[in-house]
Design a protein around this ligand. Structure first.
Ligand code: PLP
Length: 263
């Protein structure tokens, strides 16, 4: 194949409202100029007011979607988002072990901002034990990192300790996102496999357009990895992309609006 176009896949849940999940991922892939594909694990009926309902896709059909893509495309990177429950996490893990989709970005999606559970709580253990060891990078926000390591995270030192604990679970590289902290700066802590670590800081943007921020950030990293960008650079591009996406609001819906994938 001559000069194959960068190809990237998201394995996640659909947001009918277009702001998060599969839809945010595909919009981000498009914005980053990578060809995006999707393996849908769950559906949500959702708008900017929140998630009204959700439904998991039968595992056999998740497997079929993955087989279809593996039989045809040269996928250069993948990301996971909403994985719904133990069964779906195990299905995705089993199938990811059968294929080479390149570097894997795991966004350990748990609860939507409105409170709807996108992952059943007993599936956290399955993610920790089975999915994180497959991940090139994991990108939890503070509440997700707290659930994964089972500890409160308040101070900078606790964020640093949390990243080390996440690495101990088998993920090579970690970003603990500080967007949910009370601080004026939204500082994320990055710990790389090499042991190198750094903070990524950006002024906190006062906005209600934050729906789908985590999905967009991790999708941007996956798109850059599919393009062959080195991981550290991909993480920094992800931070800049999400900062722009929340700084320039778009005006859709009446509730908690999405981020701006054109920014
Ligand atoms: N819906 C789906 C399908 C998602 O994957 C996500 C990702 O986190 C969300 C909703 C979360 O949206 P919010 O950013 O509003 O918490």
């Amino acid at each position: 194949m001559i000069n194959a176009t960068p190809q990237v896949v998201t394995i996640a849940g659909s947001d009918s409202g277009g702001g998060a999940g599969i839809q945010a991922d595909l919009k981000t892939f498009q914005a980053r100029k990578a060809f995006g594909m999707s393996i849908i694990v769950a559906l949500t009926s959702q708008n900017t007011y929140g998630v009204q309902d959700s439904m998991a896709i039968p595992s056999a059909f998740i497997e079929e979607q993955l087989d279809s893509l593996a039989a045809d495309f040269a996928i250069g990177a993948a990301k996971t988002g909403m994985l719904a429950d133990v069964e779906r996490v195990e299905t995705v893990v089993k199938k990811l072990k059968e294929v080479d989709f390149g570097p894997l970005v795991v966004d350990p999606v748990m609860v939507a901002k409105g409170g709807h559970h996108l992952l059943q709580s007993d599936a956290v253990k399955t993610i920790n034990e089975q999915l994180l060891p497959l991940a090139t990078i994991v990108t939890p926000n503070l509440p997700e990192a707290e659930v994964i390591i089972g500890q409160r995270i308040v101070t900078d030192q606790e964020m640093i300790d949390a990243a080390k604990k996440l690495q101990d679970l088998g993920t090579k590289n970690v970003v603990v996102k500080g967007g949910h902290s009370q601080n004026e700066e939204a500082a994320d802590f990055v710990l790389l496999a090499s042991g190198e670590s750094f903070w990524m800081s950006a002024p906190r943007v006062v906005t209600t357009n934050t729906h789908g921020t985590g999905d967009t950030f991790s999708a941007c990293i996956a798109a850059e990895l599919a393009k062959g960008v080195e991981l550290k650079e991909a993480i920094i591009i992800g931070k800049k992309f999400i900062q722009a996406a929340i700084s320039q609001p778009i005006f859709v819906g009446h509730g908690h609006g999405p981020t701006n994938h054109w920014a």
